[in-house]
Design a protein around this ligand. Structure first.
Ligand code: PEP
Length: 251
């Protein structure tokens, strides 16, 4: 089912105490959201943040990553079964920071997607092009490759559970947002790709978020585009007032 969503990716920010404070003030400032509100704190915070948000209907918990194997000798890693057992419902996969700094490729991401789904959670699958690709106008083909390599192996039933986040890398954490028209163009193109693979009805049902310097001032315009179903928010998700204003921008 197509859903309106705002997801806050805290990345490696906030110690536990600060994270719980932030969670409480977000809950205070968001009363009746028009869609789902997902918080993606660091691994260590998940249990405690989960306990706080559990009492509120529209709030959900996400992890920022997981390992592609179920268990084993992978010191320092966190598995999908661990996350599921801790009440996590969504897992962000393929964030550009993971792709760039941890060299995560589409084939590995496909394994992670499988692992998340096999453990009853939903992937938030990130895709998006770097600036040099946008500059030569090959961004749609670039994103198509990411989707084909990381997601399109899924059967229809599993694909239905996936949330896609289009995040142009040049807009992440840079303050340079894609225009609403640029976001719409890519989201519409992603829907065409999904339609080719899974048919139009499923493409129309797929939730596609925009990410990249979303803030209180630009959220409503971007979310107002017909193929944009909300946002994945980094920096602005760390301030309760800003995050609440972004959530208020859902259509
Ligand atoms: C992100 O990290 O997914 C993101 C979109 O970051 P920011 O909102 O800070 O650009």
């Amino acid at each position: 089912m197509r859903q309106q969503i705002v997801a806050g990716n805290w990345k490696m920010s906030k110690n536990l105490e600060e994270g719980l404070e932030l969670t409480k003030s977000i809950l205070e400032k968001i009363d009746k959201p028009k869609g789902l509100v997902i918080l993606a704190p660091p691994f260590l915070h998940l249990r405690e943040v989960g306990k706080i948000i559990r009492v509120r209907k529209h709030f959900h918990l996400a992890a920022q990553n997981c390992h592609h194997e179920e268990k084993g000798a992978f010191t320092g890693e966190v598995s999908a079964p661990m996350l599921a057992s801790g009440g996590v419902e969504f897992v962000i996969l393929g964030h550009s920071e993971r792709r760039e700094y941890f060299k995560e490729k589409n084939a590995l991401l496909a394994q992670k997607v499988n692992m998340v789904l096999a453990n009853g959670m939903r992937p938030i699958f990130c895709c998006g092009e770097p600036l040099h690709i946008r500059d030569v106008n090959t961004h749609i083909g670039y994103v198509a490759k990411q989707l084909k390599g990381g997601l399109f192996h899924l059967n229809e039933e599993d694909f239905r559970k996936v949330v896609i986040a289009y995040e142009p890398i040049w807009a992440i954490g840079t303050g340079r947002t894609a225009s609403a028209q640029q976001a719409q163009e890519m989201h519409a193109a992603i829907r065409v790709l999904i339609a080719k693979r899974y048919g139009k009805p499923l493409a129309d049902e797929t939730t596609i978020l925009y990410g990249g310097s979303v803030n209180a001032a630009n959220a409503a315009e971007i979310f107002g585009m017909p193929d944009v179903d909300g946002g994945l928010v980094g920096g602005a998700s760390l301030k309760a007032d800003d995050f609440a204003a972004i959530v208020a921008g859902l259509k």
